[in-house]
Design a binder for this molecule. Structure first.
Ligand code: PXP
Length: 244
């Protein structure tokens, strides 16, 4: 049993994906914020991609204004996006890698690519009171480099585990990475590809204090509604952590 309640942040990008299928006005992602929060979300996550394939700039402004819990803004570390973060001052910024051709964020950030630039971006956000998290693969090098560039948290990419949950190596990497990150003083988050069915073993890792989950919630909401989809996920997390 772990005594700290793990935070659940709901990623609402794919509500925008549905709207963008028609380039119309429904559903509006901002309208889901209150539903998510009332269902037990501890925070709301949204990713403004450079190609604006789902969230648009106006969505991000509206969500930032509507959130009453915690707004976690996901962005690539570009000048445009850092300027947006400094203007909006969300509670948290998660820096993600971005390639236009990918369907989703398929791997973690390459923290070694331009560390001086990353460090400067993180410093500016930390100075502005924004908590900074880097979305990385759960390897020692990426974790140590994240600490070195000044991030306060790392979000471990759970995609490999989600694709092969029966392979013990995929979960082991998350367990080992979480322990190592924590030993360096980093807060540990995780996400990508998590569902009610596979979240248990990840939720049970004591060092992981926050999960970011999106696609499954919006998919499940088609059948049972957003409120119930979030409550089911919360229940699966709590059960895994031995909490009532
Ligand atoms: N965390 C980060 C950094 C992400 O970019 C995403 C979305 O790709 C998620 C978590 C949530 O992933 P999913 O939508 O598969 O739950």
């Amino acid at each position: 049993m772990t005594d700290s309640r793990q935070r659940l942040y709901i990623n609402i990008d794919h509500i925008a994906t549905i709207r963008q299928a028609r380039r119309g006005h429904e559903p509006m992602p901002v309208d889901s914020v209150g539903v998510c929060e009332r269902a037990g979300a501890d925070g709301i996550t949204a990713h403004l991609r450079e190609d604006r394939r789902h969230m648009q700039d106006a969505d991000i402004d509206a969500i930032a204004a509507a959130v009453t819990t915690v707004f976690n803004l996901e962005i690539a570390a570009t000048d445009e996006m850092i300027a947006l973060a400094l203007r909006l001052r969300p509670h948290q910024v998660s820096i993600v890698p971005e390639r236009r051709e990918e369907v989703t964020t398929e791997g973690g950030l390459d923290v070694s690519a331009n560390p001086a630039r990353l460090m400067e971006s993180i410093r500016r956000m930390n100075d502005a009171g924004i908590r900074t998290s880097l979305f990385i693969d759960a390897d020692r090098d990426s974790i140590a480099r994240s600490r070195d560039v000044g991030a306060l948290a790392v979000e471990l990419h759970t995609g490999r585990y989600a694709h092969a949950p029966a392979d013990p190596a995929t979960l082991d990497a998350l367990v080992t990475g979480s322990t190592y990150a924590r030993s360096l003083g980093l807060a540990v988050h995780a996400g990508h590809g998590l569902t009610t069915a596979n979240v248990g073993p990840v939720a049970a890792i004591p060092e992981i204090e926050e999960l970011n989950i999106g696609h499954h919630v919006v998919s499940r909401a088609v059948f049972v509604g957003l409120d119930q989809a979030i409550r089911e996920l919360r229940a699966a997390m709590d059960a895994a952590r031995g909490q009532p």
